[in-house]
Design a protein. Structure first.
Lengths: 159, 758
């Protein structure tokens, strides 16, 4: 079926199988491979993107269902050369090892702060528990979010 | 070992540095194998067996072939003869897939559906109707029909032994005689197993997440009868390995065959559940441990017998007795390992393969012995600490075990512990403190590298290394910058491609030692050329100076008296373009053909426990606080402290993450992870990453890591011991020991869960 997806501020006209997930649409058809497939069944969070500003699992979201709504992926977090404060904090705190969960962690982390769920380490741990990190970067992810949260000025945020 | 890598000069080795690939990883630009852009790919989807033993009697493919978009189906009938079976992780025969109709285990690949889209391939695969000739399978230990194979000694494996352990144990005044079990575990790296194959004429390119580019290349070339030079493997970033991507597996060759048939790229991304059976796992183990001691705590006997499950054709085993026999001074040692063959997929390397299960037994046994003696568990280890390998009598290259215990105990607050089980409480929570020894042998392999340096001070190092999350790119940039007197940003690191010079696979914690030493050797080759040119010229300030005394510091060639000339001047004397060095490093003690074998993907490692000169291990001490709820028996691990001494640490920032990640793996191993198997069908039942429990963020509290300084001049020229695996090794026992301390319940199997404490 024909559809138009708005990703990171750009429209993409696509002809896709009606069963195609948003994750596969991004990765296999638009060429945005930053979002990762870690389970394809909603268990790991590696595929987390923002849909109209809220975090969703793109592997459990059909591409056809998100037409007309803004999708933001990890590729859309930085503004040109300027990293989003969350990205910079992840690097500074070494909040990843293999990096495979990282796009999903970042999208969840940004949403976690915006949702108001980053007030304490306990809250961060709880609201980041949908994103598995098999490398075990959890303590550093918490530290990075704690540092980035106050730096997240609204102007850094894309809708 | 010859000091041909020289000594650190630049002061960068040991300074924390953020990852040079960090920006790629946080912007989504790091390209994992399934991210490679492809022209007109077809998609593959695996069909796997639903029985564990028997034959494929027939397949009805009509509905599959009628599915819109489906192009082709590979089965044993149409492609079975095109591929020779791959070898197992031990380089010996293992289970097969499409080579015949035989089914060795649950979830074995039995067909590959190829289609225009992923969705069509998946639909086609679900429509394959398989008729099986099924036989009753054997699932695990004690299942009817298993074959029991006591392992014998041969050229490569020994059962460490010394004295008369049976008699010493019988005579020992204080004894522990206990049995321990560890479960099946799956690595579950977050990246799904994937393979993409692209042919250009006779040349095959494979994009696959691998910890061993040259082994994969050599294996597929051999399986398909291709010239080694015609196969290229690319894996620039690996989304976690932990051993699961160490040895070649069967899927790769079939995707290569598929791409050849279709004359277009074929991409396979397997599902999470398929990953449980098309790759490897940590097999379940059993242990019988006997410790004998004098009343003052000296060990007099150590008997460790292990049992491990493998597949029918493979005798893959980890034989961790090679580690446990060497941990403590003991005059009488006996060990033995038995493989039990069942209808299962072949196990393989998983983070500290031998040490994780076997040290669980030994370190729980030491805790039990401490209680039997009425001694502090740390003191018991101090009494039996040794600087000599008790089996071989060789000296340890360095062993800072007790320094680690003291550092970690202090930070943890061990002194506050009341040793009486069940004595420490905090409201409704029973509090327990536990500790254990961690260790891992220091391994190093032959390696090659190409290094270039421009007069402007830009260096590029190339080797077929692997970045699994260890910080491998950054490690090399630091070493090269340090040795060439540059900044880390001046160094470009190219890895992840078998067109580059070979290094061993990233396994056995050898990567840092193997690649940093060859990089340092390449830097030394360039330094020598600059120095020789500088002393031979009549014009320069170094004319006639001993070239060995010149060093590269801060983009300059510096003499012993402090006089210096800019790198640009020194380098231009050798070449107006770039100076290049191609070097190979074969650590002393490896066979003469080690370098040649490296190019064929058969790098032999010099192993820490089988060296001629010394025994080389890294050591650590791990401490955990466990809380068990008085009513619900919920188990929490709010804090852990570990201290490690692993020789030279190149990048403490990434090393900290490795250690911490290892400890978190240990929490998962001790409290969460277990692959459940149905005993009647020999099939895994929790084959997804929600039912196979791994720690989530909320499961993890404080995990402190202490670096105990250690200089080791024996282990290798740079003194690098390796850190990727040691972090998990002590955790299983530390946690079980803490559970005992909290509750008085000695749980001798993993994982320890609520139901064990009810
Ligand atoms: S890939 Fe979507 S949750 Fe795992
Ligand atoms: S960094 Fe590897 S899974 Fe999180």
């Amino acid at each position: 079926m024909e559809m138009t997806l708005n990703v990171n501020g750009r429209d993409h006209r696509l002809s896709l199988d009606s069963r195609t997930t948003l994750l596969d649409a991004l990765r296999e058809h638009i060429g945005l491979t930053g979002s990762k497939k870690g389970c394809d069944q909603g268990q790991c969070g590696a595929c987390t993107v923002h849909l109209a500003g809220r975090r969703v699992l793109s592997c459990l979201t059909l591409a056809a269902a998100v037409q007309g709504r803004a999708v933001t992926t990890v590729e859309g977090l930085a503004q040109g050369e300027n990293l989003h404060p969350m990205q910079a904090a992840f690097i500074a705190h070494d909040a990843f090892q293999c990096g495979y969960c990282t796009p999903g962690q970042l999208m969840s982390a940004v949403a976690c702060v915006r949702e108001g769920h980053a007030a304490s380490d306990e809250a961060i741990r709880e609201y980041m528990s949908g994103n598995l990190c098999r490398c075990g970067a959890y303590p550093k992810i918490v530290a990075a979010i704690r540092e980035a949260a106050p730096q997240m000025a609204p102007k850094m945020e894309r809708a | 070992m010859a000091d041909d890598a020289g000594r650190p000069t630049g002061g960068l080795i040991g300074q924390p540095h953020v990852r040079i690939d960090g920006r790629l990883k946080v912007t989504g630009q790091a390209r994992y194998p399934a991210d490679e852009p492809l022209a007109n790919p077809a998609y593959a989807y695996l069909v796997i067996s639903a029985i564990s033993r028997g034959r494929v009697a027939g397949m009805d493919l009509a509905a599959t072939k009628a599915t819109p978009g489906v192009i082709d189906v590979l089965t044993h009938e149409n492609v079975g003869q095109e591929v020779k079976p791959p070898m197992g992780p031990d380089g010996k025969p293992t289970t097969t897939t499409l080579e015949s109709d035989q089914i060795w285990h649950d979830g074995q690949i039995i067909a590959v559906v190829l289609a225009e889209t992923y969705e069509a391939a998946r639909e086609g695969a679900y429509k394959v109707v398989v008729r099986y000739a099924a036989e009753a399978p054997s699932a695990t230990f004690d299942s009817p029909g298993v074959e029991v194979e006591p392992l014998k000694a041969n050229e490569t494996r020994h059962d460490p032994a010394k004295g008369d352990a049976a008699a010493a144990f019988a005579a020992a005044p204080v004894k522990i005689d206990a049995r321990y079990d560890t479960p099946i575990q799956h690595h579950n790296p977050l990246e799904l197993f994937s393979t993409t194959c692209v042919w250009e004429g006779p040349k095959l390119t494979i994009h696959e997440g691998t910890q061993n580019l040259y082994w994969l290349k050599g294996s597929v070339a051999g399986q398909l009868g291709l010239d080694l030079a015609d196969v290229r493997t690319i894996s620039r970033f690996v989304g976690g390995g932990f051993g699961s991507k160490g040895a070649p597996t069967s899927r790769t060759a079939w995707i290569a065959v598929a791409a050849r048939r279709l004359k277009r790229p074929v991409k396979l991304v397997t599902t999470r559940d398929q990953g449980f059976t098309i790759a490897t796992h940590r097999a379940e183990t059993r242990h019988h441990l006997q410790l004998g001691a004098t009343p003052d705590g000296r060990l007099t006997a150590l008997v460790h017998e292990g049992w491990e499950v493998s597949s029918r054709p493979s005798s893959y085993n980890v034989s961790g007795t090679a580690t446990t026999a060497r941990m403590y001074a003991c005059p009488n040692i006996a060990t033995k390992v038995t493989v039990v063959h069942a209808d299962r997929n072949t196990p393989g390397f998983m983070r500290a393969p031998p040490d994780t299960p076997y040290m669980f037994a030994l370190e729980c046994g030491m805790d039990e012995l401490a209680y039997a003696l009425g001694k502090d568990p740390i003191e018991l280890r101090r009494i039996n600490d040794t600087q000599t390998d008790p089996v071989s009598g060789k000296p340890y290259s360095s062993r800072s075990l007790m320094k680690c215990f003291d550092a970690a105990a202090g930070k943890f607050g061990w002194a506050k512990r009341d040793p009486k089980p069940g004595s420490m409480r905090d409201g409704d929570w029973l509090v327990g403190y536990g500790c254990a020894t961690a260790c891992y042998p220091c391994n190093i392999g032959p390696a090659a590298a190409r290094l270039s340096l421009t007069p402007k001070g830009k260096a590029t190092i190339q080797l077929a290394g692997h970045e699994l999350g260890t910080g491998a790119y950054t490690l090399l940039a630091i070493v090269v910058a340090d040795r060439l007197g540059l900044q880390v940003d001046d160094v470009q690191v190219m890895m992840g491609d078998s067109d580059l010079p070979p290094v061993p696979g990233a396994g056995g914690s050898n990567n840092a030692a193997s690649t940093s030493n060859v990089a340092a050797k390449a830097c030394e080759a360039i330094r020598q050329r600059l120095a020789m040119a500088a002393v031979r010229t009549n014009a320069g300030i170094f004319a006639g100076v001993d070239p060995a005394t010149l060093t590269l510091v801060n983009r300059a060639l510096v003499g012993p008296d402090g006089r210096s000339e800019p790198l640009e001047t020194a380098a231009s004397r050798v070449s107006p373009g770039a100076i290049e060095a191609h070097v190979e490093n074969v650590p002393q003690g490896l066979p003469p053909d080690a370098a040649a074998a490296l190019y064929h993907g058969r790098a032999s490692l010099l192993r820490g426990q089988s060296r001629e000169d010394v025994t080389a291990f890294a050591f650590g001490a791990q401490f955990v606080e466990i809380r068990v709820h008085r009513r619900t028996c919920e188990i929490r691990a709010p804090r852990a402290v570990a201290a490690f001494a692993s020789g030279t640490i190149v990048n403490p920032l990434a090393a900290h993450s490795q250690y911490q990640g290892g400890a978190i793996w240990g929490i998962g191993s001790a409290l969460h992870e277990q692959t459940e198997i149905d005993l009647r069908t020999a099939r895994y039942v929790n084959h997804n990453i929600a039912d196979y429990l791994v720690p989530v963020n909320a499961d993890i509290g404080e995990v402190d890591v202490i670096f105990v300084p250690e200089e080791d001049h024996e282990v290798n020229p740079l003194g690098v011991k390796g850190i990727g695996e040691i972090g998990i090794v002590g955790m299983n026992a530390a946690i079980a020991n803490a559970v005992f301390h909290a509750t008085g319940r000695r749980i001798r199997k993993l994982p320890i869960r609520i139901e064990d404490l009810l």
